[in-house]
Design a protein around this ligand. Structure first.
Ligand code: HEM
Length: 188
């Protein structure tokens, strides 16, 4: 929601996709959201710039290994910095720009083992709740946009939104986001 309000173009495009579906009983279902390609790109772009667990879950190396000249002794505690991986300009084009289009028609998926971007971890210990988490978030966001028009509080502009993040095992913003929901005016 924060990135959508900082990027009204993306918000408008996503809202058009979401509202292009005639929801039954004023509620979008999992079948409805499965058709929304831009929604998925927005979610991926958001996880990519703001991974919820920026250092994943700590691991312990079972054996000695050497990675590109760095010795990793057996028994080392290892953190995988997915936050930094998503911001690497050698891998990503304009990494700090919020542009969901980079994930439209892109073969990327969360379970690929290419390691450019692993917000749910990878390999045998990949997050088993990933599909549930993605579907829950997609359903929530799509329904919030389908049912309401949203505005920033009076006098606040997109550039006023404070994006400071708190260092923590799970990524949180320092300031809460305040938005004003207005029930959507339906034309029959
Ligand atoms: C957006 C939401 C979520 C994110 C970003 C997330 C992220 C992660 C990450 C990064 C890991 C560590 C993977 C690794 O070490 O490679 C993990 C592990 C795990 N997650 Fe999630 N998770 C989310 C939601 C959930 C949900 C909804 C459930 C359960 C219903 C869940 C259950 C677990 C469990 C049980 C593990 C440990 C897996 C293992 O060590 O074998 N997660 N998650």
């Amino acid at each position: 929601m924060i990135e959508l309000f900082r990027h009204p173009r993306v918000l408008k495009k996503l809202q058009e996709e979401v509202r292009g579906i005639p929801a039954q009983n004023n509620l979008l279902t999992s079948e409805d959201v499965s058709k929304m390609t831009y929604l998925k790109a927005v979610m991926t772009e958001s996880f990519w710039l703001h991974p919820l667990t920026p250092l994943l879950v700590p691991r312990e190396s079972m054996d000695y290994c050497n990675i590109e000249g760095y010795d990793i002794p057996k028994g080392s505690r290892v953190f995988v910095n997915t936050y930094a991986m998503g911001r690497d300009p050698e891998v990503w084009d304009n990494p700090l720009e919020y542009r969901p289009e980079r994930f439209v028609d892109n073969p990327f998926n969360y379970t690929s083992n290419t390691c450019e971007f692993v917000p749910f971890g990878g390999g045998r210990r990949i997050c088993p709740g990933m599909q549930l988490a993605l579907l829950t978030l997609e359903l929530a966001l799509a329904n919030l946009l389908w049912r309401f028009d949203w505005e920033l509080p009076k006098g606040m502009k997109p550039e006023d939104i404070d994006m400071t993040e708190m260092p923590s095992l799970s990524l949180m913003r320092k300031e809460e986001l305040e938005l004003v929901p207005k029930p959507r005016q339906m034309t029959s």
